[in-house]
Design a protein. Sequence first.
Length: 326
Amino acid sequence: MINYIIRRLLLVIPTLVGITLVTFVIVNLAPGDPAQFQSQGIMDPEVSIRIHEQLREYYGLDKPIHVRYAKWLGKIARLDFGTSMSSDQRPVIDKIKERLWPTMSLAILSLLISLIISIPIGIYAAVRQNRLFDRLSSTILYALYSIPSYVMAVPLILLIAIHWDLLPFQGMTSDNYDQLTNLGKAADLVKHYTLITFCFTYGTLAYYSRFIRQNMLEVLRQDYVRTARAKGLTESNVVMRHAFRNSLMPVVTLLGMMLPAIIGGSVILEVMFNWPGLGRLFFESMMSRDYPTIMALSFITACLVLVGTLLADLSYPFVDPRVSYD
């Protein structure tokens, strides 16, 4: 196991270098740069050009792209994400810390709700294949999965938040949050989390329910499940101890990608709901061509994907004792 972990960790380094190299080149070759955005409001053309050139030199944008990448890579090796090129000129790590919890809390909450609901639905639908519950749940879940989250967000905002005024949809807390009691603060957070959490959750809930159902159906057709039934074991024992446990291998693989996928897909929803998270920070950084912040967020997302994949691989022996890395 130790040797396997060491080999996987050694593979992480070239993988990260490749991901960051491609991202760095694409971002820096995109039209516009921070100097252009900061100097375009100056009315005098000569002054604007002069300030633009000075800002490019200040940010190091006048240097070749391979020199800038090598410099950035050296900082990342020291876990230094640099300073933001936006107007606030703050350390990138401070901006990420401020936005980390709103996005992580959404991702964790969405993950828990998806698992709690999708696993029972998937198991029961597989056991009741082609019956009323299976057909009804399939229809509803396929319909939900076919609707993009940003499309679903529009009627929810228009009807529930604006027309009926039942729930807020802007920000994480209300303006008077600090003046509320502890119970009032909790209720305020629940109200603000409701709409955006639903938009984050329903698609993954539908997908994982169908995924678990399909894996369960394949396992329920195996010979050892028929043998377990022939021995007189109860149906619940057969389903949970024999079938469900042996269907977890592909589910664990999928779970390893859930958290980075949720974080990576939060850009549009966080902008729509004015949510102060990493997705909105990424959007703002893209619009202002804040290269250090864009690269830092891309690097963190890539790390989450690699760590999630590694944790999923390490979980296989616990799910299936036949798997061993020794």
